[in-house]
Design a protein around this ligand. Structure first.
Ligand code: AMP
Ligand code: MN
Ligand code: MN
Ligand code: MN
Length: 281
């Protein structure tokens, strides 16, 4: 028995269709799963059908891209009403800049690295043009021998502050949290250790998030070390936040994570799924 509240399908930048993601999670022992595609809830209908077949408790999910103090932060929404009016349009609005951003990144790579065909190449790898992401660009660079693996693509070109990194305005923190709350869900700060914030900046993020009504933080995820898990468990308790747990699975063998079986929450945490019993979706 396991719980995984963060993973991706090919509706955003994951490798597999939603039904396959659910099947794999179930095969690995997940009894509760949330599919959290980037800025998109289009995979949830298919995921629910597969979850019914396998007897998995599928929690509606999404991972919203946010710009906070000129950095990108991800806010996961869990257990909202996916039919809530206006939600698909608001998410489409967040996705709407992805094609122009891809164009800019492609121009940078052509100019600075003499790598051509990035725009068409990345789009060809994306299931939906409006969810085309840096993951698809990294995949294109790999497949064409420009880098050894995706990690190198981010370290050399695509990561924050690297030569092909293009500044982008996503949703504000307030907008993302409001979208989730309006649809009846719980907002979660995703993979907090990834942002490499100073202790002061992390406190500011948590305080702003809590002032907006945010309730949870991802404590256990594949990119967190054991130490980071313990530190964020302490921080969650200090701030009265619920703790979430997710693999952030995109495809086999990435970040060493296993779909359906993320690291466990430290025992001191209040699990975020305690909140689901009091919600109605
Ligand atoms: P985007 O939303 O287009 O900015 O792309 C962000 C996505 O790139 C994340 O959701 C991850 O899936 C992926 N990503 C970010 N950093 C890395 C990294 N260092 N190595 C591999 N994938 C990464
Ligand atoms: Mn991703
Ligand atoms: Mn993320
Ligand atoms: Mn993710």
């Amino acid at each position: 028995m396991s719980i995984d509240l963060h993973c991706h399908s090919h509706v955003s930048d994951g490798k597999f269709p939603p039904s396959e993601v659910v099947r794999l999670a179930h095969a690995n022992g997940a009894t509760m799963l949330s599919l959290t595609d980037h800025d998109h809830i289009g995979g949830l209908a298919e995921a629910h059908l597969a979850a019914q077949d396998h007897g998995v408790n599928l929690i509606n999910g999404v991972e919203i891209s946010v710009t906070w103090r000129a950095r990108t932060v991800h806010i996961v929404g869990l257990n909202f009403d996916r039919h809530h009016a206006g939600l698909p349009e608001k998410l489409a609005q967040i996705r709407s800049g992805r094609l122009t951003r891809l164009q800019k990144i492609a121009e940078r790579l052509a100019k600075k690295a003499k790598i051509d065909g990035v725009y068409e190449g990345a789009l060809a790898l994306a299931e939906n043009p409006d969810t085309v992401s840096r993951t698809h660009i990294a995949q294109f660079l790999c497949q064409n021998g420009h880098v050894a693996d995706k990690d190198e693509a981010f370290k050399k070109w695509l990561g924050d502050g690297k030569p092909a990194c293009v500044k982008h305005e996503w949703a504000t923190l307030a907008e993302a949290v409001a979208m989730i709350h309006t649809a009846g869900g719980v907002a979660v700060i995703a993979h907090p250790a990834r942002y490499r914030l100073s202790a002061t900046a992390m406190r500011a993020l948590l305080e702003e998030f809590i002032a907006l009504g945010g309730q949870a933080i991802e404590v256990a995820c594949s990119v967190h070390s054991l130490n980071e898990r313990l530190n964020f468990a302490l921080l969650a308790n200090r701030y009265g936040l619920y703790a979430s747990r997710g693999s952030d699975f995109h495809g086999q063998g990435e970040y060493g994570c296993i779909i359906g079986r993320p690291p466990e929450l430290p025992l001191t945490c209040r699990p975020v799924w305690q909140l689901f019993e009091h919600q109605e979706h």
